[in-house]
Design a protein around this ligand. Structure first.
Ligand SMILES: [Zn+2]
Length: 171
């Protein structure tokens, strides 16, 4: 069998959206599993403890919620997947399979296009007042909802006082 050496599918470079981004180097066909989201697998408690202080004013998170028990912290041993930016009209999505996370193309991506998926960062009752500012989206899509949070609108405050500040995570 001939070994076909292909150039990498993507590269990491500066993005207009936020910090670094991941860009297609070649055409990526719809349905392609582009990359696995790697990092240290920790409990929600550990993730909260690590990042709760870094929350204020920093809208970038390397955490990804796998399920109720596991969060992937790409700040420790993460790969390029951690640099994929959020987009409201994304060309990729995150797929959880056997408690692993993969980023897959949901449409064909042309060379040079930035890869994005919808972070859908969850809202919590104890979110700080400026949470929408911190996680404001400037992805530039015509359908941009203006926030990486989901749901887009802050729900009515429930009449209970939450206990802790939680680390922010994609899901
Ligand atoms: Zn947006």
């Amino acid at each position: 069998m001939a070994v076909v050496r292909k150039s990498p599918l993507y590269s990491v470079r500066r993005s207009k959206v936020h910090g670094l981004g991941v860009f297609a180097k070649r055409k990526i066909r719809k349905g392609t599993r582009v990359i696995e989201y790697l990092g240290e697998r920790v409990s929600h408690k550990v993730a909260d403890d690590r990042y709760e202080l870094k929350d204020a004013g920093d809208g970038h998170t390397f955490l990804f919620i796998v399920d109720r028990g596991v969060v992937i912290d790409a700040g420790e041993g993460g790969n390029e997947a951690r640099f994929i930016n959020h987009g409201c009209d994304p060309n990729c999505e995150s797929v959880i399979e056997d408690r692993r996370v993969f980023i897959e193309a949901i449409r064909t991506v042309q060379p040079g296009e930035e890869l994005k998926y919808d972070y859908q960062i969850g809202r919590d009752d104890d979110d700080p007042e400026n949470v929408d500012e911190v996680f404001a989206c400037r992805c530039g899509a015509g359908t941009c909802r203006g926030t990486m949070l989901w749901p887009a609108k802050r729900p009515k405050k429930r009449a209970r006082v939450a206990k802790t500040t939680k680390a922010r995570a994609k899901r």
